[in-house]
Design a protein around this ligand. Structure first.
Ligand SMILES: [Ca+2]
Length: 350
């Protein structure tokens, strides 16, 4: 069985030259056997599918050595084939390598390659399943969404004269874009509710392109603070700055965002405001992911298993999790350990 390891639909020789390959095979095989004697297999499927790919006893894998796309995966696959099938015969070429694995070599594999699937069940458990092989230990790794803050995209604020929502001029914004001011803009006013009395901090994510004497200002009730008074080193990138503390009582309040421009109007450069985070926690630091890792949970299994369900003891919250196996002979599609599952998102209700 000839295996052409390639990226599906990508413009590469092993996808394009199948007619040439068939032509060469016709020298040795009757026409009706040619089509069933070779198969194009996606890079991530070569290693896991090899044992059961065909009833034919032998495998010959053709590896592309020159295509630049997915180069890391191609190189990892070649190394994994060498590690997992030490008895394989390699024929090295300038553009391709051919790896011959006969029935004995196939049976004498040093590793089992598997995909690991994870699913959150309606009962609230985490069901995992290996596509082949077994493991005696599963590690659950989760991140919890930060809940001690309120995240607001600035472009959702009610627009005041002189402000506009933009998506160009800067990349890596969150939500639907960012707010941008024009010369002589009026303050943007945003209403929000405070549930607990006390000091409140506002983190602002902004982007500035020139140094000037015209920072922006946030006012809540009678407390006002400036932000975006920065030097050259912080220009042309998104910056987080903490503004506050604002002393607020419970109930509704108005935040006023203003950028009074005091420099030479002909040198005006707009300020970009991407998002704001409201928090009462003085130690809070915004991260662009909003997720924080929680301690991994290790599940030793009574016996080696290929599938199972984990009962977690996670606190209420919004999570994203994956699982990993801990079995050195079990490798992923590119020969790496541990085998890691897909990520699932779920909510643990209070
Ligand atoms: Ca935004």
């Amino acid at each position: 069985m000839l295996v052409l390891a390639s990226v599906p639909n990508y413009n590469e020789p092993l996808n394009n030259e199948y007619q040439m390959i068939e032509l060469f095979m016709l020298e040795k095989l009757p026409p009706h056997q040619v089509v069933e004697s070779y198969q194009t297999v996606a890079l991530e499927e070569v290693l896991p599918s090899l044992p059961d790919l065909s009833v034919r006893p032998n495998r010959s894998i053709i590896l592309d050595k020159i295509s630049w796309n997915s180069r890391q995966e191609r190189d990892d696959l070649a190394k994994a084939l060498a590690d997992c099938y030490p008895q394989a015969k390699w024929t090295k070429g300038d553009y391709f390598d051919r790896v011959d694995i006969n029935a004995d070599a196939l049976a004498d594999s040093e590793c089992t390659s598997a995909h690991l699937a994870l699913e959150y069940t309606p009962e609230g458990n985490l069901a995992w399943k290996l596509s082949s092989g077994v493991t005696s230990r599963i590690a659950l790794k989760c991140e919890i969404q930060q809940v001690n803050h309120a995240w607001v995209e600035a472009e959702t604020f009610p627009i005041s004269p002189g402000w506009q929502v933009e998506t160009v001029y800067a990349i890596d914004w969150t939500g639907d874009g960012f707010l941008m001011d024009n010369f002589g803009s009026s303050p943007v006013v945003y209403s929000f509710e405070v549930k607990e009395e006390g000091p409140l901090y506002v983190w602002v994510r902004y982007y500035k392109r020139v140094v000037d004497n015209s920072p922006a200002r946030i006012t809540i009730e009678n407390n006002a603070y400036i932000f975006a008074s920065i030097g050259e080193d912080k220009l042309n990138q998104w910056n987080w700055e903490r503004v506050g503390p604002f002393n607020v009582t419970t109930g509704y309040h108005k935040l006023e965002l203003h950028r009074p421009y005091v420099d030479d109007p002909t040198k005006f450069m707009a300020l970009f405001i991407d998002s704001m985070v409201f928090t009462a926690n003085p130690d809070f630091t915004p991260s662009d992911t909003q997720y924080q890792p929680v301690r991994p949970q290790i599940y030793p299994l009574r016996q080696e298993q290929s599938r199972g369900e984990l009962e977690h003891n996670l606190e209420p919250g919004t999570y994203r999790c994956y699982v990993e196996t801990a079995n050195r002979s079990l490798v992923d599609a590119f020969g790496r350990t541990p085998v890691r599952s897909n990520t699932v998102n779920f909510i643990v209700p209070p």
